[in-house]
Design a protein around this ligand. Structure first.
Ligand code: GDP
Length: 139
């Protein structure tokens, strides 16, 4: 497997709980290179656009409310097999089902407030990266 990049978010719950630094430390300790990073407060339109794939789901409104309640930290992460490696480090979507030591187990509260986001495939990684970062912001 060659070097791959993925898109990651530290969600508003983890940012407001003061867990940004611990999550970034875990990212670096697990061998990811941070190729881009910024902190932003999403508007409802931006959060809805990012999660458009979920707009028919019953939790869509709750998800948009949550993602706009405070700032998030967005990153492009690089590593061998980065998409799977980052999802493994995050753990299962529902923190109650996430493995011990994973970020969602450590810092998530429930399925809605689960601390981190990670792309689930190469096409979503490309869409999500371009949604938040221009080519000039990768380094
Ligand atoms: P992920 O790829 O592991 O993030 O999971 P999904 O793509 O299935 O869902 C995207 C995000 O929607 C999750 O990370 C949660 O923040 C949120 N979500 C998923 N299921 C639920 C739910 O049942 N209730 C609420 N409130 N949010 C959910």
């Amino acid at each position: 497997m060659s070097l791959q990049s993925t898109f990651a978010i530290i969600k508003p719950d983890a940012v407001s709980d003061g867990n940004t630094g611990k999550i970034i430390a875990a990212i670096e300790e697990n061998g990811f290179r941070i190729a881009a990073m910024k902190k932003i407060h999403l508007s409802q339109a931006q959060a809805g656009g990012f999660y458009a794939v979920h707009k028919e789901r019953p939790f869509f409104g709750e998800l948009v409310e949550f993602m706009t309640e405070g700032p998030v930290v967005c990153m492009i992460l690089e590593k061998e097999d980065a998409i799977k490696a980052w999802r493994d480090l995050m753990g299962a979507t529902n923190p109650e089902q996430a493995a011990e030591g994973t970020l969602r187990k450590l810092y998530g509260a429930n399925i809605g407030r689960n601390a981190t986001h990670g792309s689930d495939a190469e096409d979503t990684a490309a869409f999500e990266t371009a949604f938040f970062f221009s080519n000039l912001e990768h380094c």
